[in-house]
Design a protein around this ligand. Structure first.
Ligand SMILES: CC(C)(COP(=O)(O)OP(=O)(O)OC[C@H]1O[C@@H](n2cnc3c(N)ncnc32)[C@H](O)[C@@H]1OP(=O)(O)O)[C@@H](O)C(=O)NCCC(=O)NCCS
Length: 139
């Protein structure tokens, strides 16, 4: 958890408190995933919460800069989706900054659709975009 916290602080514009990661873990342990190197170094992670309305929400997704473009992000998303399905969820939701066009393209490639603009969604006044992806049990 300490490594994930350090990585989140280095990757994201927002400032996070360590208690937030404890909260994620306590509310839905199976919705918190990490990919580690054989030596135990965190290479990527995803944190999510269950929203109670049939949605699982991606709060944070991050991949070590040295490991980008290798498919770790999509693999984390896929496993997250599988776990959300097991909880009875029908969709995955998330929000991102409107200025993050590469990130928007990443989520579109991974099956998400943009749903709405969220005016002044972030603490610095930047607009957000909400996205969602329908999920279902594949058996
Ligand atoms: C978005 C992110 C999780 C993608 O993970 P990944 O494992 O690199 O995913 P992929 O292997 O599918 O590659 C992503 C593609 O996006 C590109 N990319 C690189 N940096 C990116 C960034 N900061 N944001 C979006 N896309 C990025 C890569 O070049 C790659 O393009 P390619 O397929 O043409 O090579 C990763 O880039 C990341 O951690 N970004 C910073 C943190 C972030 O913004 N997280 C999401 C908000 S919570």
């Amino acid at each position: 958890m300490e490594q994930v916290f350090d990585m989140a602080c280095s990757l994201f514009d927002e400032h996070y408190r360590p208690e937030v990661f404890m909260y994620f873990h306590q509310t839905w342990p199976r919705g918190q995933l990490v990919v580690c190197s054989p030596e135990g170094r965190v290479l990527g992670f995803i944190n999510g919460v269950l929203c109670g309305d049939g949605a699982a929400r991606v709060m944070l997704l991050g991949v070590n800069r040295m490991m980008r473009g290798l498919g770790l992000g999509p693999r984390l998303l896929k496993e997250f989706e599988a776990r959300a399905v097991m909880e009875g969820c029908q969709r995955i939701t998330l929000e991102l900054r409107a200025s993050k066009q590469r990130l928007l393209a990443f989520y579109l490639r991974n099956g998400f659709v943009a749903e709405a603009m969220l005016p002044a969604y972030y603490s610095d006044g930047e607009d957000g975009v909400s996205m969602s992806k329908p999920i279902q049990l594949n058996i």
